[in-house]
Design a protein around this ligand. Structure first.
Ligand SMILES: Nc1ncnc2c1ncn2[C@@H]1O[C@H](COP(=O)(O)OP(=O)(O)OP(=O)(O)O)[C@@H](O)[C@H]1O
Ligand SMILES: [Mg+2]
Length: 229
């Protein structure tokens, strides 16, 4: 597998699943990311931190091929993600949980989980609703509740659980703890630890320093679209 050479040995991970280097991004004429580099390996949780507008969400969107115009290197399992449409990026094993919750409000918890189901990936166990209920006890208490009648935090959990039903190898989480009650934040941290134990790679955008300290193996901090040390 070819990984672009990096001069930054701290951010370079052996056996990385995803390697980003020289990433620049634009919304229209506004240049918002400048030579961003990072990599994440199986079983590793990497936190992207930085204040509002630093570019955290844009990095995740660039991985998924959404919204922003981008240039640079995005290597996923040894091949480039550039030029692939978003649905193929998702199908290749990258799960994305955006800031706004993506669930079907008319469907129940179990029905939402079924909409996310995809074939298992070689070498990784397939997630089942039972495992996800063990991971998210709040969801286990309401399998037949319509998502419209759940709290924001519960909807956030359901979005993550539905994404895991797709058996991704890498999960992108955009501010999973934002606007969520403390009890749910604690379950969210436990869930991320569970993903790590299953060998998944996790890349999360997060402003909550306590949450980062609790769940992340490493941190890459952004300031005005640049990685800072
Ligand atoms: N759809 C868009 N169109 C134009 N500019 C955008 C768009 N989305 C983000 N931006 C701009 O790009 C820059 C990076 O935004 P981004 O959302 O990636 O930051 P962030 O670190 O995720 O911030 P937050 O903590 O508020 O979520 C900001 O200057 C923002 O105003
Ligand atoms: Mg954001």
């Amino acid at each position: 597998m070819t990984i672009a050479p990096s001069t930054d040995h701290i951010r370079e991970t052996p056996h990385a699943l995803l390697t980003v280097s020289g990433l620049n991004a634009w919304y229209g004429d506004a240049h918002v990311l400048f030579d961003v580099a990072l990599s994440v390996a199986p079983g590793e949780v990497l936190a992207l931190t930085g204040r509002n507008g630093a570019g955290k969400s844009t990095v995740l969107k660039c991985v998924m091929g959404l919204e922003a115009r981008r240039r640079g290197e995005l290597h996923w399992e040894g091949r480039s993600l550039l030029g692939l449409p978003t649905h193929e990026i998702a199908r290749s094993g990258i799960g994305y949980v955006p800031e706004d919750r993506r669930i079907f409000t008319d469907l129940t918890v179990l029905e939402n989980l079924e909409t996310g189901r995809r074939a298992p990936r070689p070498g990784l166990p397939a997630w089942t609703p039972e495992q996800l209920f063990a991971m998210f006890p709040n969801l286990a208490a309401m399998p037949h509740r319509r998502a419209a009648h759940m709290s924001g935090g519960e909807q956030q959990m359901l979005t993550i659980a539905r994404t895991l039903m797709g058996n991704p190898r890498l999960v992108l989480l955009d501010e999973p703890s934002e606007g969520v009650a403390p009890i749910i934040v604690a379950q969210m941290a436990e869930a991320i630890a569970g993903m790590k134990r299953q060998g998944l790679a996790v890349l999360l955008s997060e402003q909550n320093a306590h949450f980062v300290a609790r769940v992340a193996d490493r941190e890459v901090r952004l300031d005005q679209g640049r990685v800072v040390d």
